[in-house]
Design a protein around this ligand. Sequence first.
Ligand code: UT7
Length: 320
Amino acid sequence: MTLRAVIAGVGSALPERRVDNAELAAQVDTSDEWIVERTGIRTRYIAGPGETTGTLAADAARRALDHAGIDAGDIDLIVLATATPDQTFPATATKVQTMLGIVDCISFDVAAVCSGFLYALSVADSMIRGGGAKTALVIGAETFSRILDWEDRTTCVLFGDGAGAVVLQAAENGQSGILATRLHADGRHQDLLYVDGGPSTTGTVGKLRMKGREVFRHAVVNLAAVLNEVLDAAGVTADEVDWIVPHQANARILDATAKKLGLSPGKIVVTVDRHANTSAASVPLALDVAIKDGRIKRGDLVVLEAMGGGFTWGAAALRY
Ligand code: UT7
């Protein structure tokens, strides 16, 4: 018997307020031209006073449950990836659980920054295959706007807020589901991408700091390596892949990674132009877009990948 975690539904949520590059150029020394040329970003969404990581996550989760046609009461596991929780504790996952009216289930957050969704998906997949859960919500949700230094043009133009969610369901002996996941971390590069605060150091939330050029270099190398690894683990070749849904940090990283693997740019789902980098939310947000607009169809071979602070990086191969 092969037990697999199948994606039963997807959903996403964005804040109401959309901010274009021109609006940022009125606040810091930047331009639409620089942002588009260096990153591919045109707009991002920024959370308003009533919007939090938890509310965005709950909205995305409700839409994923609707899409799957599954009742919230059937969820026995919630894994929420975020670097911007509503509070230091309790876990934002437990807040989402309550917002969905779920009285009892396993519920926790995962902190792996931009690759958080891949980590969360891999944990949920292991728990489902191990028999510890049957129906899981895996969520990536962030409000990075709240940890940005809005006077630092090298970072504040790059990020946005949002949430994406998938419902995973245990299925026996089917063709579809998660085929393989691969995760990595290397803590030696913490000074290249970090937040300069925290509960046990400064007692403050802190602001995001990044040496973008160095992160870029590591991202292309690590992503190409983990993509090859996950294809091997799944027993498939790059030619067989229908869609790559990458972390949306920079259009140039997507192009460079595709080139390294010899993948056609037409197979890559790109949403960085409209969402910017939403950290753990970026992969499930892009997945939702490409499933809902009909590009990704049942039976397609889909590969997800991400790299971020830590460094952490990972990939998943699945048959949708
Ligand atoms: O999600 C986690 C993973 N994160 C990433 O993967 C991010 C990876 N890195 C990147 O995406 C790119 O490195 C950036 C988009 C962050 C930067 O692009 P770059 O081509 O590496 O630019 P740079 O940092 O080398 O900066 C080039 C120039 C600098 O000016 P000088 O020193 O050459 O005079 C910067 O000061 O661009 C300047 N610059 C800006 N100019 C206008 C930096 N930010 C801006 C800005 N507007 N917003």
